[in-house]
Design a protein around this ligand. Structure first.
Ligand SMILES: N[C@@H](CCC(=O)N[C@@H](CS)C(=O)NCC(=O)O)C(=O)O
Length: 229
């Protein structure tokens, strides 16, 4: 059985890492059962065999894997018989862009969500999160997230190429979702898990795409605790 260390909030069931969600969706896409382990930021010793301190970490027998992109490639190569995550080598090459684009969206959203993340964390993680993020951004969490509603329109505008793509096809992968979809979806599932802020307007084609992914794979993402609006 595969095991996945998956970032959790105060409640074990509130899984909120955008990168872990990429892999949860990729595993479901491949039809691979997994045991997910609720992991907290300060549980570094639990994932020490991976040689680093961030999740997702996937354990397959004696192998400890990390980095969402590398894990996705590992699953594709190790299980070529299952549905493809990339749709072939060219699709894999193009998916890299979606992975980096997802990273970029995460970087935009974190500035809106830092206080919500903090408030959903387990008591053990709060001081670590505050200190590490305040150092990274050079400001108190409350200052980083201040006036977030006024910054939302520019972030929505920046997603225009994604929105335009979805006006012609239901998924970035075409008629069915691929890893490209999961790489972007992770950002929205993260926001859904910990914040009442509506990142997307309800009539946005991206919101309709997000709904389709919430329903994908038996409603895996929708069944995880979050704010639905
Ligand atoms: N590039 C990595 C990013 C992973 C990452 O940043 N994970 C966060 C959770 S969303 C983490 O584990 N952070 C640990 C920490 O901040 O101490 C990937 O794609 O897997």
């Amino acid at each position: 059985m595969l095991r996945l260390y998956d970032l959790a909030g105060a409640e074990d069931e509130r899984r909120f890492s955008p990168y872990c969600w990429r892999i949860r969706m990729a595993l479901a896409h491949k039809g691979l059962p997994v045991e997910t382990i609720a992991w907290r930021f300060t549980d570094k010793s639990a994932i020490a065999p991976s040689g680093q301190g961030r999740v997702p970490v996937l354990v397959d027998g004696k192998q400890w894997l990390h980095e969402s992109w590398d894990i996705a490639c590992y699953l594709e190569d190790r299980h070529p018989e299952g549905p493809s995550l990339f749709g072939g080598p060219q699709g894999r090459a193009l998916s890299r862009l979606y992975s980096h684009l997802g990273d970029w969206i995460n970087g935009q959203l974190v500035r809106l969500l830092v206080c919500d993340i903090h408030d959903h964390l387990d008591e053990r993680d709060r001081a670590y999160f505050r200190e590490s993020r305040e150092q990274r951004f050079g400001a108190p969490l409350e200052v980083i997230a201040a006036d977030r509603e006024s910054r939302l329109p520019a972030i929505r505008d920046s997603l225009a190429p994604l929105r335009a793509t979805l006006q012609h096809q239901p998924f970035f992968g075409g008629t069915e979702p691929l890893y490209a979809d999961y790489a972007i979806f992770g950002a929205f599932q993260w926001a859904r898990a910990i914040s009442p802020l509506a990142i997307l307007a309800s009539d946005d084609p991206l919101a309709h795409w997000r709904e389709r992914l919430l329903d994908a794979h038996g409603g895996l993402a929708r069944s995880s605790p979050g704010y639905d609006r």
